[in-house]
Structures are given as structure tokens and as C-alpha cells.
Design a protein around this ligand. Structure first.
Ligand code: NAD
Ligand code: MG
Length: 391
């Protein structure tokens, strides 16, 4: 019996105004836009004009600004369009709860946790850019996705690479996960010079164009620290199975080493649209206009061991994984406060790791979270302690 056109896939993008959010909309547009997809909800924070124009262009059903003070401005911008408007944390959760089968989680930081959990809980496929969900809520988040019944599709380029080369039926033969790191703008800088750098220098990533916070986290290698913990939960591997290697060209996006000596890698240009597209059309591959690798022009691919003396964040990730408990939550919460203070010019670049470590030490004995409330409590406590240390 003919039933007409197949129903369109329903999508929601949490954090559509950010770097990942805009790239996601670009991929959606290239894969057919409104002819191929129904946009359920889009969310932003500050940039109401951009959010409103995205909502109109993609025919969203709901637009949400996390910033309650901008509710009336958004309402006004969308007057007469028929697009529903909401604001604040409850608005974000409302967006996540609407019945989209695929949700891109691209809000930056811990603010992404509650809405992403809401989407996971109702069984949506989660395209996960927001690594903080896994760093902060680890096993509870994975469990929420499993119970909801949706798929967890990693978007972070390293984890997307591993996802692409992980052979599902060969998990028993997996020996190591090798996360590549560009090393950031200070890869070769002496420690003494790193002391005085500002947010403006730190945000200039050599290869990737990203949001402000993740760019600075890349410079301090806190981004790689978060990604180690992310990999542990995403792929259920032991801390000892996670290796980090500095690869300044960012062409090899990550690798998996197997027990027969084989190493499988995923390579590509540094363009997040490949990972986003893979998560959107999985298990199919889609067609995207990202720059093609020309091996005759790639002069070389370099690899070097990371220097944990200059980039202590990597050591902190290992400490957090070994201690277990809520140390991932604590590392992330303290780091977010320290990062805000660095951006505001209140602390130095190297102070971020020092403050994070001090907070982790103080909360070293807090037991593992058995419910999300424990995660939120540990996060609050880590933030409070970090703020006090910053003064
Ligand atoms: P971004 O700063 O460019 O965008 C963040 C988005 O979150 C924006 O839509 C912003 O409006 C929204 N937002 C900010 N604060 C919010 C709050 N308090 N409540 C609700 N919404 C808020 O960040 P990005 O670079 O797109 O990164 C998004 C996430 O993806 C981060 O978790 C980051 O670690 C991860 N990620 C990004 C990249 C990348 O290439 N940019 C790569 C891998 C992973
Ligand atoms: Mg990454």
C-alpha cells in the first residue's frame, strides 16, 4: 500500500548558535535541509538574532534561549512566524524533550548536561559533542542512554575517529586507544613563557576553528584531559588503555591498536563536518565538501610524546580516572571556573591546572555518584572551592 513520501527525520540541535551548532546546520542544509529533515528545536544563549534567523531558515518548531533576560527579544524576533519560544534551563529541557529522533548535544560546558540527559532518557539518538556529559556524569550518563534505548554517536573528532575504526565484534582484541592531540599553540613553548600568556594568544588554535573555551582548553591540553575521561566512559576501556600522542598536523584524528599488532586510524582534514555528518547519517556515509587530503602535499606526519610537566592537565586526567568517585565531575567543575577566571584575566594560564589540582585533592575522598543529584552536588562543591581559591 503506497503511503506517500517517507517521513522526514526529526532533529534538534542544542547549542545551534555555536561553532558545532553552525557546522551541524551547514551539514543539514547540504544533505537536503527542509526537504530531508524536520527541525524540531534549536537553542542558543546570547546570540538571539542568529538563533531567530536559524529558526526561520530551518523552519524550527521551537527556539530557546538559555538566557531568560533575552526571552522577550527572541519572542519579538519570531513574532508572526508560528515558531514557539522558550527560555532558561527549563526551556532547554523542553527543547530536549520534544520528539526529535536525533539530538545534537552541542551546548558548551556543564550547562549541556540536563538537556542532554532529558533527550537520552526519552530514547533519542544522541550526537554528542558536549564531552562534559561524559567527563562529569560518566557511568550515569552512559546508563541513561542505554536505558533510554537510543544510540550514543560521538562527535568529538577523536572519539568519532575511534568509533569509525572500532570493530564491534573485535572488542576483546582491543589493546589501546590512541588519542591524538595537536599540542595547541604552546606545544614548543618553554614553561616560563607559558606563564604569562593571555586568553587572546591561547585561543589561537593552529589547526581547528572552534569555540573560545575549547580553544583555550586545547592550549592547556585540558581538552585532551577531558577527552581521555570521555574515551574511558564512551568505549569502556581502562585508564591504562588510553594513550595520548601529540600530532601537530591534526590529520590522524585518532587510532585503535589491536592485539595482533594492527593499528587502525581515521584520517581527514580538520573539519568537524565529517564527524557531524557521520553521526547524522550513521551507519551510512554522506557526501560533504570538506577539503580532501592530498597525500602528495602532506609533507610529513609527526608524532611526539606529550610533556606532562608543561601540560599537567594530562596527569590530572589520569589521577581522576585512577581515583574514580566523582573526580571527573570535580576536575571538570573546577576547571570551568578556573577557565572563566583566566578568560577574565584574573588568573594566569598555568594557574588553571594548579587550582584544578588543589580542588581535586580536597575532594579526593568523595565517593562515586549513585544519582545525578550527587553529580550536581560534587560539581557545585568543586566550583565553590575553585572560586574560593581564586579569591
Ligand atoms: P561554542 O562556544 O561555539 O558554542 C556553544 C553553544 O552553547 C552556543 O550555542 C551557546 O549559545 C550555547 N551556550 C553557551 N552557554 C550556555 C549556557 N549556559 N546554557 C545553554 N547554552 C549555552 O562552543 P563549541 O566550540 O561549538 O563547542 C560546543 C561543545 O562541543 C563543547 O562541549 C565542546 O567541548 C564540544 N566540541 C567542540 C568542538 C569544536 O570543533 N568546536 C570539537 C569537539 C567538541
Ligand atoms: Mg576533540
Amino acid at each position: 500500500m503506497a503511503t506517500g513520501a517517507a517521513s522526514k527525520r526529526r532533529l534538534t540541535i542544542l547549542g545551534s548558535t555555536g561553532s558545532i551548532g553552525r557546522s551541524t546546520l551547514d551539514v543539514v542544509a547540504r544533505l537536503g535541509g527542509r526537504d530531508a529533515f524536520e527541525m524540531v528545536a534549536l537553542t542558543g544563549n546570547g546570540n538571539v538574532a542568529l538563533l531567530a534567523s536559524q529558526a526561520v531558515a530551518f523552519g524550527a518548531e521551537l527556539a530557546v534561549t538559555a538566557d531568560e533576560t533575552q526571552y522577550s527579544e527572541l519572542k519579538q524576533a519570531l513574532a508572526g512566524t508560528g515558531i514557539a519560544v522558550a527560555a532558561g534551563r527549563s526551556g532547554l529541557v523542553e527543547a530536549a524533550e520534544r520528539d526529535a529522533g536525533w539530538v545534537m548535544a552541542a551546548i558548551v560546558g556543564n550547562a549541556g548536561l540536563a538537556p542532554t540527559l532529558a533527550a537520552a532518557g526519552r530514547g533519542a539518538d544522541i550526537a554528542l559533542a558536549n564531552k562534559e556529559c561524559l567527563v562529569s556524569a560518566g557511568p550515569l550518563f552512559v546508563d541513561a542512554v542505554r536505558r533510554g534505548g537510543g544510540r550514543l554517536l560521538p562527535v568529538d573528532s577523536e572519539h568519532n575517529a575511534i568509533f569509525q575504526v572500532l570493530e564491534g565484534d573485535q572488542r576483546h582484541a582491543l589493546e589501546r586507544i590512541i588519542l591524538t592531540a595537536s599540542g595547541g599553540p604552546f606545544r614548543t613553548w618553554p614553561l616560563a613563557e607559558m606563564k604569562g600568556v593571555t586568553a587572546d594568544t591561547a585561543r589561537a588554535h593552529p589547526n581547528w576553528s572552534m569555540g573560545l573555551k575549547i580553544s583555550i582548553d586545547s592550549a592547556s591540553m585540558f581538552n585532551k584531559a577531558l577527552e581521555m575521561i570521555e574515551a574511558r566512559h564512551l568505549f569502556s576501556v581502562a585508564p591504562e588503555q588510553i594513550e595520548v600522542i601529540v600530532h601537530p598536523q591534526s590529520v590522524v584524528h585518532s587510532m585503535v591498536a589491536y592485539s595482533d599488532g594492527s593499528v587502525l586510524a581515521q584520517l581527514g582534514s580538520p573539519d568537524m563536518r565529517t564527524a557531524i555528518g557521520y553521526a547524522l547519517t550513521y551507519p551510512q556515509r554522506c557526501s560533504l565538501p570538506v577539503e580532501r587530503l592530498d597525500f602528495t602535499k602532506l609533507a610529513r606526519l609527526d608524532f611526539e610524546a606529550p610533556d606532562e610537566a608543561r601540560f599537567p592537565a594530562l596527569r590530572l586526567a589520569r589521577v581522576a580516572m585512577q581515583r574514580g568517585g566523582v573526580q571527573g565531575t570535580v576536575l571538570n567543575g573546577a576547571k570551568e571556573v578556573a577557565l572563566e577566571a583566566f578568560i577574565a584575566g584574573r588568573i594566569g594560564f598555568l594557574d588553571m591546572a594548579e587550582i584544578t589540582e588543589a580542588v581535586m585533592e580536597r575532594l579526593a575522598a568523595v565517593p562515586a555518584a549513585s544519582a545525578m543529584d550527587d553529580v550536581f552536588a560534587a560539581d557545585d562543591e568543586a566550583r565553590r572551592l575553585a572560586a574560593r581559591l581564586i579569591g
